[in-house]
Design a protein around this ligand. Structure first.
Ligand code: CA
Length: 406
């Protein structure tokens, strides 16, 4: 049965319509662009063809890249068309056979990831990390933190879709008290609960993207888990930053929520405590708030351990985009950038085990035993919702992954 009579308030109702890529079991296993409605996925390309839509060339594809490249006006037009297809009875009848239960399909990485960048935009997270690793420092933030969104370039080739197993990485580690480094499987494997932003429209090399052009270039967002081997990271990161401690896997949700579905979730970022250079100064943009009110939940083996609030992020996605292009670096369709670990001000709002256990000092008590860092077999799931129209929630697709022995 096509999902046209969803319960009122379904977080994946017609107000949401996130995009993904799926395949059916059996001989016709081609990848197709899909749109989620309730617990079904609509074959969007098939629907466009059935309705003789001009958007069929964008939707009858094996990835979201053609749609991503089309730009803001087309994104909004396609969304309006999809909304009509799933809500207007005459259209519903024509596409009823093109819905598939989510339980019957395989979900794939929905776009070809171009460049991948990860930021460090939560003041709570940065202060916690500073206190853990630099306890004697005068300020838990580094001197640059309030002046620019700190980030690093990651490894796009190991971005994987939700549900992909994560093999415990091996690498070098050396605690300060160890006489020499040793090599072996990480013993401090961690998560970082983040939000990923997906770039659609590219930009020209040499031309920075100003703050106000954020929505022209960014199509939507997803949940992202930046798996982190803390022991590898701690030994390798000075002075050039994260490398092998992070590049082994980054998981993203199978569903990309378009920014157009999140208008009610837009919110002002925290008050700026330092003056910003003009290219980052969003103080005059009260009518265009750059923050998003996303309520994230982190579960280990089904047990919720944290609920990080994205609205507390100091740097917005628009500022991050402006910063990463201010030197003239270009954007490509499919670029992905992570927000940085989302941590709120209280203990149960922290987005990493590093912070939740204070670097292993205070183990978490889970129903299946104590945890400092992840054990083989652990399943980590990030889920989230945002305020939507009329008080209805907008559900974000979950991102989950299971740790397997290396
Ligand atoms: Ca990160």
């Amino acid at each position: 049965m096509p999902p046209f009579d969803l319960p009122e308030g379904d977080p994946f109702g017609a107000h949401n319509l996130p995009y993904g890529v799926f395949s059916l079991p059996g001989p016709d296993s081609a990848r197709r662009v899909g749109v989620r409605l309730g617990d079904h996925v609509l074959d969007a390309g098939g629907a466009a063809q059935a309705l003789d839509s001009p958007y069929a060339p964008l939707l009858a594809q094996e990835s979201l890249n053609a749609l991503l490249a089309a730009g803001r006006t087309t994104w909004s037009d396609v969304r309006r068309a999809l909304t009509a297809w799933v809500t207007v009875p005459a259209h519903q009848e024509a596409i009823a056979d093109l819905f598939h239960p989510l339980s019957s399909v395989t979900l794939h990485l929905p776009f070809d990831v171009a460049d991948y960048v990860d930021f460090y935009a939560s003041e709570n997270h940065a202060r916690n990390v500073g206190q853990i690793f630099r306890p004697d420092a005068e300020d838990s933030l580094t001197p640059n933190w309030k002046h620019l969104p700190i980030g690093y370039h990651g490894r796009s080739g190991t971005v994987v879709v939700s549900g992909t197993d994560v093999v415990r990485p091996s690498g070098q580690r050396k605690a300060p008290t160890d006489p020499a480094p040793v090599f072996g499987p990480s013993v401090r494997l961690d998560i970082e609960a983040e939000v990923g932003f997906v770039v659609g429209r590219p930009s020209a090399m040499g031309t920075p993207v100003p703050l106000g052009d954020f929505r022209e270039h960014v199509f939507g967002l997803c949940l992202l888990n930046d798996w982190s081997a803390r022991d590898v990271q701690a030994w390798e990161y000075v002075p050039l930053g994260p490398f092998l401690g992070k590049s082994f896997a980054t998981s993203v949700s199978a569903w990309i929520t378009p920014l157009d579905a999140l208008d009610e979730a837009r919110t002002a970022p925290p008050e700026r405590t330092h003056p910003l250079l003009p290219y980052l100064d969003d103080s005059g943009d009260a009518a265009e708030p750059g923050g998003y009110d996303l309520r994230i939940s982190v579960a280990i083996n089904g047990h919720v351990v944290s609920e990080p609030p994205f609205s507390t992020m100091y740097w917005t996605a628009a500022q991050q985009l402006a910063h990463m292009t201010v030197n003239g670096a270009s954007l490509r369709t499919g670029d992905l950038y992570g927000s940085g670990t989302v941590s709120g001000p209280t203990e149960r709002e922290r987005g990493s085990l590093l912070e939740l256990t204070w670097n292993g000092r205070d183990p978490l008590e889970l129903p299946d035993g104590k945890r400092t860092f992840l054990e083989d077999g652990d399943v980590v799931t990030l889920s989230a919702w945002a305020p939507g129209p009329g008080g209805v929630r907008v559900g974000l697709g979950e991102v989950t992954g299971r740790i397997v022995a290396g």
